[in-house]
Design a protein around this ligand. Structure first.
Ligand code: 5AD
Ligand code: SF4
Length: 487
């Protein structure tokens, strides 16, 4: 891959990184001083809202805090609490405001407590205005584009009592070398690109995450190699629209080409990715997935609606016929693949007939699962100013109709593998049943079976005995796992 060139000013990104490591040293000093005053290490909690990309960003926030000497906790009573927010739907914003009230009460009992907010919601001017006016107890606010400056912002926050607000409109930088505190030792998300250029008419993401920027293949491969050396067996390549990965690099690379390079990394067992836009999913990608031993048998392919009229108003740039043809092509090439989707119900002007089209598409596509969302009016998006916003009652009724169709199809699809023996990556102890563990099939379905903590992080063969709707109960078998992969 040596012919790929860095497109950004890599030297300047590296220099910036050194600046941030310098700030971490300074924060460490402040945290040490605080420890003496408190007679204990100060605690910090990172609370995440939203998608996998936010979860990955939170691992960086945690990494910095831990490196600076904080003891990490999930308890919001911590001395430093940061909410990494989401703004895709309004209920996420409302939850943040609600919980800020609770944090305020905690702060009254512990005046030294610091409260920080970051993430997508902070990129909205109206939110900042409201926080300034009514939430003056918040200490630090920053957005999505300057997360790499977290050590510097943390230093400013810990050494001042002022409310610090630092929001940028955009950035061309990708600084990805902050320390990371991974949630799982054996699997990890990797950002391969940031932002989105699609401007679906309902979606706020392009406004809060900025334009598409891809990391170079070298950076990505280097990060994955070091994760694998550290015990990671599964990676999830993350981007708002991974299918357009690499287009804006100086030497264009396709997502399929990147996957082929990732596949070559020895010791890596599973590759996942998220999210695919149907209009950009190439035949090349299907071909690469078909022949891959490591790319998981799962694709998340958000459809949003089954009505051509609504798809057009959503600016999705495909028709239901094109979408279904794509599903057919994928299923023909990779028969054991599971396909999941996102659906929005209640888009402005959506009629009962439009919803009928969505339900018919759900049945035809035979989704293994679907996330169904009620349309949320996001200020600043084109859909928010469409005149025909729908009444809540009507939308709820339509939502329930779609949900029923999704559940029926998903139940039927999930049951397909009963009686098969499949490799399962064991992820955790089962919280409900002692002596059991929980893991994931390649197609992303959950499996529970008898086992202990020594299995966590390993891929083991499990016979799928019974399907319980959306998950399986299984039994670990002693077969050699390599035999399974050969078949
Ligand atoms: N209202 C409801 N759902 C939305 N999504 C994005 N924007 C909105 C909105 N305004 C959903 C889409 C997307 C998923 C991540 O969130 O289905 O695929
Ligand atoms: Fe939003 Fe559409 Fe971009 Fe997805 S592809 S992040 S739905 S604008």
């Amino acid at each position: 891959m040596s012919d790929y060139q860095y497109t950004r000013n890599e030297a300047s990104d590296r220099a910036e990184n050194e600046v941030q490591y310098g700030y971490m040293e300074k924060v460490k000093q402040l945290v040490d001083d605080l420890s003496v005053r408190l007679c204990r290490r100060p605690t910090a909690a990172v609370i995440t809202f939203g998608c996998q990309m936010n979860a990955r960003d939170s691992e960086k926030l945690s990494g910095v805090l831990e490196q600076c000497g904080f003891t990490l906790t999930e308890d919001e009573g911590a001395d430093f609490v940061i909410y990494n927010t989401c703004t895709v739907r309004d209920n996420a914003n409302q939850r943040v405001y609600g919980r800020l009230g609770y944090l305020h009460n905690l702060k009254k009992k512990n005046p030294a407590k610091k409260i920080a907010l970051c993430g997508c919601m902070m990129q909205e001017a109206t939110v900042i205005e409201k926080l300034r006016k009514s939430y003056s107890f918040v200490n630090l606010i920053f957005g999505t584009h300057n997360l790499y400056k977290f050590p510097e912002l943390l230093y400013a926050c810990l050494s001042s009592d002022e409310m610090i607000i630092d929001i940028w409109d955009s950035t061309d930088r990708i600084v990805e070398s902050l320390p990371v505190e991974r949630q799982f030792s054996f699997k990890s998300g990797i950002n391969i690109m940031f932002g989105c250029n699609n401007f679906c008419s309902y979606c706020i993401v392009p406004y809060v995450r900025g334009r598409e920027r891809s990391r170079t293949p070298e950076e990505i491969l280097c990060e994955i190699r070091s994760l694998v050396a550290d015990g990671v067996v599964e990676v999830m390549l993350l981007g708002q629209n991974v299918n357009s990965y690499g287009r804006n690099l100086e030497h264009a690379v396709t997502f399929a080409q990147l996957l082929q390079e990732v596949e070559k990394i020895e010791g890596l067992e599973r590759i996942r990715f998220m999210t695919s836009h149907p209009k950009d999913l190439s035949d090349e990608l299907i071909e690469v997935m078909k022949h891959s031993k490591k790319i998981c048998r799962h694709i998340h392919l958000p459809v949003q609606s089954g009505s051509n009229r609504i798809l057009q108003r959503m600016n999705r740039r495909y028709t239901r016929e094109q979408y279904l043809e794509l599903v057919r092509k994928i299923r023909t090439a990779i028969p054991d693949i599971s396909i999941t989707t996102d659906i929005i119900v209640g888009f402005p002007g959506e009629t009962v007939e439009d919803v009928d089209d969505t339900i018919a598409l759900v049945r035809e596509a035979q989704y293994d699962n679907a996330f169904t969302f009620i349309y949320s009016q996001r200020t600043g998006t084109p859909a928010a100013s469409m005149p025909d916003q729908l009444p809540e009652e009507f939308v709820k009724e339509q939502f329930n109709r779609v949900l029923e169709a999704v559940q029926e199809t998903a139940r039927r699809q999930t049951g397909k593998l009963v009686g098969h023996t499949e490799p399962v990556l064991v992820e955790e102890l089962n919280h409900q049943e002692a002596g059991h563990v929980t893991g994931k099939l390649s197609n992303n379905t959950t499996v529970h079976f008898r086992g202990d903590a020594s299995l966590i992080g390993h891929i083991v063969p499990v016979r799928l005995m019974e399907c319980k709707g959306f998950y399986y109960l299984g039994e670990k078998v002693e077969e050699d796992i390599r035999e399974l992969w050969k078949s």
